[in-house]
Design a protein around this ligand. Structure first.
Ligand code: PLP
Length: 394
């Protein structure tokens, strides 16, 4: 099997799977219980919190959630609730994940004005447009770190600088949220001065059903789930101790030797991009061609994602053809594939209907190799040439 759908989800690290089995069998206590099993579970939670926090800006709070979607919803709704007396404008982009876009649509229904910034043709949001959209009515900016469909590294760092200066000049307290679900474990986030950062476990070889919302030092938010007061009163509900322990371990493992793993991922994705563009005509890269390995390289592509449109081909048919050879890819984000099948990201980038139809996303993990890419280049090239000969998709 050659698995190239790592932006949809990843295979768990072996060590994480072992830990989960151990937790289920031996350390199954409720962290709120007042006996030794409960204390052991509470200690495990603290250790996992420290493992995740070690990869984020110092001094903040890590609140465990059930997934990236919950983290995005919590950040947006709680931030707006906290700031709603100060203004009525929220700014986001057209290329966000549905977890952000749908939350923003809900805000609009409630009377909030939401501005959706348009990206350039590589999927990168314009800083200038953001600067023009921010006014004294603005209470929240939510801008993703890495786009899940095309890999563009978004200008979160300069946006944070701009908002800091704007807040100082105008006495506003605009909050900045970043959905870093696709960035975490790949790009270092320790220096990202966002107020809130969303993370998800299953994108970094942890299990599904666990995520986190990071709050910068000193920021408190109203609870988005009320009940027994777990997670510092921010997110009630008995903690998913196994998942959280697995997320903590995965965060540590993903960041071990991160720079080397990123270089390898960049080599692998570059090899595939060049290989396919050389062996086939009419292939268009959706997203920046050049890869970047840090949040400072906004405007470039995080090497974990490569999105290509093959003229004369339908991405979905290519996906199923490759699947028969044990190669797993996707046509866009897992979340949009069940709805219209159309990609709001590629549409916002100005791609034609044919280009969107012919798009395939290859997404990588630290486990992919150049040898695998040779196989993928051969199989994709053969399949696309066959489709073009048949001519049925022209
Ligand atoms: N945000 C981004 C950028 C994503 O790619 C995803 C998942 O694909 C999510 C949020 C949602 O994360 P989860 O699947 O953990 O709810």
């Amino acid at each position: 099997m050659i698995y190239l759908d790592n932006s949809a989800t990843t295979r768990q690290y072996e060590e994480v799977t072992e830990l989960l089995c151990h937790m289920g069998k031996e350390e199954f206590g409720n962290p709120s219980s007042l006996h030794t099993l409960g204390f052991a579970a509470a200690n495990t939670l603290s250790a996992a919190r420290a493992q995740v926090a070690a990869q984020l800006p110092p001094g903040g709070t890590v609140v465990f959630t059930s997934c990236g979607t919950e983290s995005d919803n919590a950040a947006i709704f709680s931030a707006v609730r906290k700031r709603k007396r100060r203004g009525n404008r929220v700014i986001t982009s057209q290329v966000e994940h549905p977890a952000v876009l749908e939350a923003c649509r809900r805000l609009e229904e409630e009377g909030i004005e939401v501005i959706y910034l348009k990206p350039d043709e590589d999927g990168v949001v314009s800083l200038r447009e953001l600067e023009e959209a921010v006014n004294e009515e603005t209470i929240l900016v939510t801008l993703m770190a890495v786009n899940n469909e095309v890999g563009a590294i978004e200008p979160v760092l300069p946006a944070a600088d701009f908002l800091k200066a704007f807040n100082k000049r105008h006495g506003t307290e605009i909050l900045l949220h970043t959905d870093a679900v696709q960035a975490f474990g790949k790009l270092a986030l320790g220096n990202v001065p966002a107020d809130m950062i969303s993370l998800s476990g299953h994108k970094i070889h942890a299990p599904k059903g666990v995520g986190a919302l990071f709050l910068r030092k000193g920021l408190t938010l109203p609870a988005h789930i009320v009940g027994g007061g777990q997670e510092g009163n921010l997110r009630s509900g008995t903690e998913n101790t196994g998942g959280i322990a697995g997320f903590g371990l995965a965060a540590e493992l993903a960041h071990k030797d991160r720079a080397r793993k990123m270089r390898q991922m960049a080599e692998v994705s570059e090899y595939l991009r060049k290989g396919l563009m050389e062996s086939l005509s009419e292939v268009r890269c959706n997203g920046p061609e050049a890869s970047g390995e840090s949040m400072t390289e906004y405007g470039k592509r995080c090497p974990s994602v490569l999105n290509l449109s093959f003229a004369g081909t339908r991405g979905e048919v290519l996906l199923h053809t490759l699947e028969q050879d044990g190669i797993f890819v996707s046509t866009g984000s897992a979340c949009s594939s069940h709805k219209t099948g159309d990609s709001h990201v590629l549409r916002a980038m100005g791609r034609s209907h044919k280009e969107i139809e012919g798009a395939v996303r290859f997404s990588f993990s630290e486990f992919n190799t150049i040898a695998e890419m040779d196989e993928v280049i051969d199989r994709v090239t053969a399949a696309v040439k066959r489709f073009r000969r048949l001519g049925s998709f022209r």
